[in-house]
Design a protein around this ligand. Structure first.
Ligand code: SF4
Ligand code: SF4
Ligand code: SF4
Length: 303
């Protein structure tokens, strides 16, 4: 289970106004480029996460809420890599390029998932098997990108993070520009106070108190998301209805095929030296490769 002192981002969907300032701040701070998109009748833009768009706001229109022309209603969701404790992308990476890092010098597992561009072999297995479809491969940078929890703004151990030659911002300049780090860019820019950054135990306590208020004052089915999923996400959500209404998977899991892949293929089998044993291993490999192909098609459609 996630460490109670891990830093997390708390997203209160009941306060979000869908302004997307956080989306812009993420792009701005992390020096992401733009990709051309088309208007297809929704307020969402972009329609998918890409290697240039690490987060986006979903505009979910609940069908069972009363609506009229002048009474639009959305469930907004801040969507990005969830920095899962049980991270499929880390389990499946055959080259060791995708790892967890810490935002402090505390003991224990790291929790910010990053991909080292120098080690990434572009297999796309992490892209294909992520339960949230939250990481994306960049052909240009030859590496996988995702929300990095703004570790260059939030860590007191940023020097310990390897800086890829490609695919990520110039962190040394970022540190010079902001000597006092003020939390993730998306959190700092949110004027609706829908985003808070802090220790996991504190954020969960705050979220539980808010859920109690929402149940009492709005009579909604308020609930938390991210506390137990995949042994704890590093984004905690306050929702006013079921996760599926917000475009979030109800029960994200590490697929069985990934577990087989990790247990039978990955250990001691560096890329190019894989020894497959029996049907179980073949099933795991087949699962990961099929998912990879699906993911590549998705990425091509998204950019
Ligand atoms: S900046 Fe805040 S209010 Fe605006 S979309 Fe992001 S989370 Fe919602
Ligand atoms: S959301 Fe996907 S990319 Fe992010 S840590 Fe979890 S498995 Fe990895
Ligand atoms: S924490 Fe940083 S990288 Fe992640 S969504 Fe927020 S601004 Fe983007």
């Amino acid at each position: 289970m996630a460490n109670p002192t891990d830093k997390v981002i708390l997203f209160d969907a009941s306060k979000c106004t869908g302004c997307r300032a956080c989306q812009v701040a993420c792009k701005n701070w992390n020096q992401r480029g733009y990709t051309e998109t088309n208007n297809n009748g929704t307020f969402e833009n972009p329609l998918q996460l890409t290697s240039q768009a690490w987060m986006r706001i979903l505009f979910n229109e609940p069908e069972d809420r009363p609506k009229s022309d002048d009474d639009l209603y959305w469930f907004f969701t801040k969507y990005q890599c969830m920095h899962c404790t049980d991270a499929t992308c880390v389990k499946v990476c055959p080259s060791g390029a995708t790892k967890k890092y810490k935002l402090s010098s505390d003991e224990g597992d790291g929790y910010v998932v990053r991909t080292d561009a120098k080690q990434c072999i572009g297999c796309n297995y992490c892209v294909a098997t992520c339960p949230f479809q939250a990481c994306r491969y960049s052909e240009k940078d030859k590496a996988v990108d995702r929300c990095v929890m703004c570790f260059d703004r939030t860590s007191n151990a940023a020097d310990a993070f390897p800086v890829p030659e490609q695919g990520s911002p110039d962190l040394s300049k970022a540190k010079e520009a902001v000597p006092t780090r003020n939390g993730p860019a998306c959190v700092q820019t949110c004027t609706a106070a829908a985003l808070t950054f802090g220790a996991r135990e504190d954020m969960i306590a705050k979220a539980e108190a808010r859920v109690a208020v929402l149940k009492k004052e709005r009579a909604v089915d308020a609930q938390l998301y991210g506390v137990d999923e995949l042994n704890g996400l590093h984004y905690i959500y306050i929702l006013e209805d079921a996760p599926s209404k917000y475009g979030l998977p109800e029960n994200p899991t590490v697929p069985a095929g990934v577990t087989l892949w990790q247990a039978l293929v990955k250990p001691g089998a560096p890329w190019g030296g894989i020894a497959l044993v029996g049907m179980a291993a073949a099933a795991g490999v087949g699962y990961v490769i099929n998912k990879r192909n699906e993911g590549l098609e998705r990425e091509q459609g998204g950019e």
